[in-house]
Structure formats: C-alpha cells, structure tokens
Design a protein around this ligand. Structure first.
Ligand code: AMP
Ligand code: ZN
Length: 481
C-alpha cells in the first residue's frame, strides 16, 4: 500500500511516488535558522519529516533528502553582531548544536545539507534570471524585488487572493517591512537581494547590483533546484512557512526555470503549542531539548511526545506528556524483553531491520503499519502497536510466532524512529560537544559521497578528540572511544 499524505496545494491526501520513476524520491525540507538552539516546535516539524522519510524507505523507495541551513538572515546577523563574533563562527556553533540534538533525537541525517551562505553566487544567478525574464527589478539603492504581478498564479499554494495581499514579509523574523523604507513598486513585492546597510556590518557579498545579501526566500529556491532539479517530488515545512515563504519559493522557481509544478507535493505540519499557548521566550514556555533533559526527560521520550500527535493537528505539549511518553516507551520495552526472552535473545540482538526486508511480514503489526501509511497517522499507529503488544505477549504464542512478532515490532519502531533500551546511550549522545558533532556529520557526509580519504581524515580527527562513530546503514551514533 503506498504512503498517502496530505498535499497543501491540491488540499487532498495523495499517494507518494517519484514523478520520475527512474529517479529517487526527491524531498526538500526547509531547515533551521541557526541563531540559537532549535526548540521543540522546530523538532516537531523535523521529526515528522523524518518519519515520512523512514516510511518511504521502508516502502522500497530510494529517497534523496535535502534540508538546508539558514545561516544568513536578519536574526543570524543581528545576534552574531550582538555577541561580537563573525557570522561564520556564530552559525557554525549553532549548526553543531543542531546536529548534536538531531543525533540525540535519532533523526536520519539528510543526504545534503546545504548552507545558504555557501550558495550566494547560485542565488545571485537565479535572481539575474528573474530580472532577465521580467519577473524582478532593481531599485536605485541596489536592492532587487520580485514583481508579484508578473506571476499569474501567485497565491496558488496558500489559496490567497493576490489582490487582497497588503504586505509581504521579506525576512524570517516575522516582521513585515515598512513599505516606505523600500522602493518597491508594490507592497506585495518581496526582496530577492537586499543592498548593503551599515547594520549588516561585514556581512555583504558582491552582485551585479552592488554589495548586499540575499533575501530569505531565494536560498531555498536556488538550493532545492541545485540539488534536486527544476522540479522534484515533495517540499516540506511547518505551516507558518506556507505563506509567504513557500508561495514565494514557487514564484521564484517557476518563473526562473519556466517549469510548472516546482514541487509535486507540499507537506506542512501544524504548529506545536505549549500549555495551550504559542511558544515564546517571554511566556517562559519555549523549550529546547536541553531544557527537557534538564527536567529528567530522555531524548527518546521527547521524540515520542513530539510525534504522538497527528501532524495535521496542533499539538499541545505539556511536561506531563513527557511522563506519559516515558511510561509508554517503558511498556514497549517490557513487552520487547518478553519477546526476546522467548526467542532466547538479548537486548543487543534487537537491531534495526535491513532496508530490503522492511516492508514484508508485518505480522501482528500490519494494522499499525497500514495506519501509519494512511496520512502518517502516528497516534493511530501507536494505538495499534499497543493493541498488538497485548496479543504478542500472550503466554500461548509459539517461538516461531514470537520471532515474527519481534521482527514486525522492530520494523514499526524503526518507522517511528523509536530506539529502545537507550536511556544511557542517549545521555552520552546528547553530551557530544558541538565541534565533535560537526566532525561526525562531515565524516558521515564524506562517507556517503564515497570520499573515503576525507572520511578517514575526519575519523582520525574525531579519535584525536576521544570520539568514534558507530556507523549503521541508515546513520551513525557518536560514542566516546
Ligand atoms: P526556523 O528555524 O524558524 O527557520 O524553523 C525551522 C522549521 O521549524 C520550519 O519548518 C518551521 O516551520 C518549523 N517551526 C517553527 N516553529 C514551529 C512550531 N511551534 N511548531 C512546529 N514547527 C515549527
Ligand atoms: Zn525554505
């Protein structure tokens, strides 16, 4: 049964399949803005994207997953300046922290993780194309704007009435620009290139329109096209990105390449709320992974709690939900131990299934898998898992049945990315220093790109810092030597 997921563009639940059967399933997800630790709302979105990727892979698709790093925008520039450090050392630090958190939460590393700042010439080239095509114009101060009225189907994703649009956010800070400040022809036009302002300090790059920096939206159009092609299969992000970010990405990409259907499927997850309110630093309800670890939660309990609501509903996170998650994981572990014992196996034998044998013989866990395939219904699947655990731990199960049960359980837990018996291992994983996490990721990427000389060099560097990488087929864990 193919995986079916809601598509914001068509407003229907659609089966996922590569639009080019000879190519991998190509998915692009908007990544973090690295100006501080990611919060659990960000992770809600990254986690459901991870579950989606796992399900596609289990279903037999080869997936190419690209997730960018936003390391140049108003927030990163302002904050690095406030701390008196270069943009690069500031964003490297927070990128490293992001990777360490992703590792602890058992997120599969994307196949490509492009940095916006390292792709500025590519963004400039796309803007030049838009200017040449008559979709963008430069102003006398050396900024460039996208001309929204030149894009006849602008608004198709968010189903907005273009004429009703009054203002356009041009940065990820969530503030609308003051139209008077800019020489925009229309208040709906958004910045592709921002001319250098004294407040940007040393952070400016050359362009045909003078020194400046890219607007926020263009990075995802340029990098998704570079790594996935003019059109690809799925684009994901939190619902807040639907307008204007994704709408603007569509306009930029389709107008520069001339292709329709930039992304065939738009996958948006609803926001995470905390104690019934929007998360914000001022309300004191903004949590990072470290905050929750400080309250005694394991990263796996955090993962469980963040995926346990349906992605198309707002999730109300409470600290109690972490206790519930830990309790649920404990029950799964107990049942698994019983099964292992019956089969004469130990906890270390309970490893992720090989990819090629994943979508076969679900046994008692078939209903859980089918539920997960139906619009990634994680809460429904968890319910089915608990129903099945009841059956599989009954005393009259044969050893053959127990073996099949164990295999089905291993597969469904892999789909959800839930690791068992890892409370201790998780602790050590989250204590990975940022520079070690960074080295670990670079080594993994080099290995994936079959650049073995570089991978060996990075392994030696890791070892000199007292760390090693434990590689699996689907990812790696960093551990102390
Ligand atoms: P940012 O680091 O702000 O660029 O956001 C990274 C990702 O997290 C984007 O896909 C956002 O849509 C998503 N996101 C931000 N806040 C939340 C939230 N409260 N709940 C779920 N996703 C969020
Ligand atoms: Zn984006």
């Amino acid at each position: 049964m193919p995986i079916r997921v809601h598509d914001t563009l068509s407003r229907t639940v659609k089966a996922l399949a590569p639009r080019e059967p000879a190519l991998p399933y190509r998915m692009y997800c908007c990544g973090p803005t690295v100006y501080g630790p990611a919060h659990i709302g960000n992770f809600r979105t990254f986690l459901i994207q991870d579950v989606l990727r796992r399900c596609l892979e289990i279903d037999g698709l080869e997936v190419r997953h690209v997730r960018n790093i936003t390391d140049v925008d108003d927030k990163t520039i302002r904050q690095s300046q406030a701390e008196g450090v270069s943009l690069k050392s500031f964003t490297d630090k927070w990128t490293g922290k992001f990777h360490a958190d992703c590792g602890a939460l058992n997120l599969l590393p994307p196949h490509v993780e492009p940095s916006a700042v390292e792709h500025i010439p590519l963004q400039v080239a796309m803007i030049e194309k838009l200017v040449a095509n008559g979709n963008a114009y430069a102003t006398s101060d050396g900024s460039v704007y996208f001309k929204v009225c030149s894009c006849h189907d602008y608004g198709k994703l968010s189903h907005l009435d273009r004429d009703a649009l009054r203002t356009q956010e041009v940065n990820s800070a969530g503030t609308a620009n003051d139209a008077d400040e800019y020489e925009r022809e229309s208040v709906t036009d958004f910045a592709l290139w921002k001319s250098h302002k004294p407040a940007d300090g040393e952070n400016h790059w050359p362009s045909p329109w003078g020194e400046g920096r890219p607007g926020w939206h263009i990075e995802c159009s340029a990098m998704s096209t570079r790594y996935l092609g003019n059109t690809f299969d799925l684009h994901g992000g939190g619902i807040d990105l639907c307008f204007p970010h994704h709408e603007n990405e569509i306009a930029q990409s389709e107008c520069s390449t001339g292709e329709k259907d930039f992304a065939a499927h738009w996958f948006h997850s609803m926001h995470l709320m905390v104690d019934g309110a929007k998360m914000s630093k001022s309300l004191g309800n903004l949590y990072t992974l470290d905050d929750l670890k400080g309250k005694g939660a394991t990263p796996m309990a955090v993962r469980y709690a963040l995926i346990s609501g349906h992605y198309r509903s707002q999730l109300n996170f409470t600290l109690k939900s972490l206790d519930d998650a830990a309790g649920a994981l404990g029950k799964i572990e107990k049942a698994t131990e019983k099964l292992l014992e019956k089969c004469g196996l130990t906890k270390t034998d309970f490893t992720p299934p090989a990819v090629q044998e994943q979508n076969t013989a679900w046994g008692e866990f078939q209903a859980a898998w089918d539920t997960l395939c139906d619009d990634l219904n994680v809460p429904g699947a968890l319910g089915k898992i608990f129903g099945a655990l009841h059956t599989v731990t009954a005393t009259d199960r044969t050893i053959e049945q127990a073996r099949a049960d164990l295999s089905g359980l291993g597969k469904i837990l892999y789909a959800l990315g839930l690791l068992l018996f890892t409370a201790k291992a998780d602790d050590s994983a989250t204590d990975v220093p940022a520079d070690v996490a960074e080295l670990g990721l670079r080594r993994w990427e080099a290995k994936q790109a079959r650049n073995f000389a570089e991978a060996d060099k990075l392994r030696a560097e890791l070892e000199s810092k007292g760390w090693k990488s434990l590689d699996r087929k689907d990812g790696y864990t960093l551990a102390k030597v």
